[in-house]
Design a protein around this ligand. Structure first.
Ligand code: IPD
Ligand code: CA
Length: 270
């Protein structure tokens, strides 16, 4: 396929194959026992041997089939693609703390971006083998079923997922935002893997999701799945979704949730 222009479907097929093998490696390494290999931004921002091994496996597998593409990954970094080039964005294990503790909510997230636009993505739960996929314009799917987001229209009835960063100052600000939001919603969920949170929102297993501090690898695949399922996926005040804030909400919930998050300065703090 090298040299030709791949379609989103071509890229998705590669992504699915690579993500399945990667998830199998993560599951095997979990079964063999897992421990902290290093810490990153803070003492609780951990990396295991599996995070590194899985990302390396993904990089090797992609290089074997698409040697001219570039890869951005959480553990080994990466660069921008040239014009028209494909950039793969991988989080080898999203939900690393869950993985460490044996909680069944962690995933391999792999997306393909062309000219800065995510065009294909897969998120595969390492523990349950649930798999969400999307291509731009082609809808969001889980295991053969096309996904539509929640039809909830009342923020007061909405189950809202979110997450926390690893920095204690940031977490404190995020907790204050939740303290201001919790009386306006049905309840809050903090499950521990942003890519999966976005996929759950895509099928209405939560009504909406927001979080400050996401990196490209947390957002790329799950964000496409959510958008293709009908959620609005943006930042505050028309900004694109990114590190400052990601809001993923069904059209009817977007404005009231956005208004509350803006008033609570959800993109502020450290
Ligand atoms: C983290 C998880 C978590 C979210 C954090 C992310 P990691 O990713 O997605 O749910 O709240 O913002 O950093 O470290 O497990 O890959
Ligand atoms: Ca990760």
């Amino acid at each position: 396929m090298t040299g030709s222009t791949p379609t989103p479907q071509d890229l998705l097929e590669i992504a699915i194959r690579v993500a399945r093998d990667a998830a199998a490696t993560a599951a095997r390494m979990r079964a063999e026992g897992v421990s902290v290999a290093a810490t990153k931004s803070t003492a609780t921002d951990v990396v295991t041997a599996a995070d590194r091994a899985v990302e390396q496996q993904v990089r090797d597998a992609l290089r074997a089939v698409r040697p001219d593409d570039v890869v951005l990954g959480e553990e080994y970094g990466g660069t921008e693609a040239g014009a028209g080039g494909v950039r793969w964005i991988v989080d080898p294990i999203d939900g690393t703390v869950n993985y460490l503790y044996g909680l069944p909510y962690c995933a391999v997230s792999l997306a393909a971006e062309v000219d800065g636009e995510v065009v294909a993505g897969v998120v595969r739960n390492v523990s349950t083998a649930e798999e969400w996929t999307a291509t731009v314009g082609g809808g969001a799917w889980r295991d053969g079923v096309r996904l539509r987001c929640s039809t909830e229209t009342d923020l007061g009835q909405a189950l809202v997922a979110t997450g926390f960063g690893y920095d204690s100052g940031r977490r404190l600000h995020q907790a204050r935002v939740i303290a201001g939001l919790i009386e306006d919603v049905r309840d809050i969920r903090r499950m521990g893997a942003a890519a999966l949170d976005l996929c759950l929102a895509a099928e209405g297993r939560v009504d909406a999701y927001y979080e400050k501090g996401l990196a490209a690898w947390d957002l790329a695949a799950g964000g496409l799945v959510a958008a293709e399922a009908g959620l609005r996926v943006t930042g505050l005040n028309g900004e694109p979704p990114g590190p400052d804030l990601v809001i993923a909400a069904p059209p009817a919930l977007f404005a009231p949730l956005h208004t509350r998050l803006a008033a609570l300065d959800a993109s502020g703090g450290p």
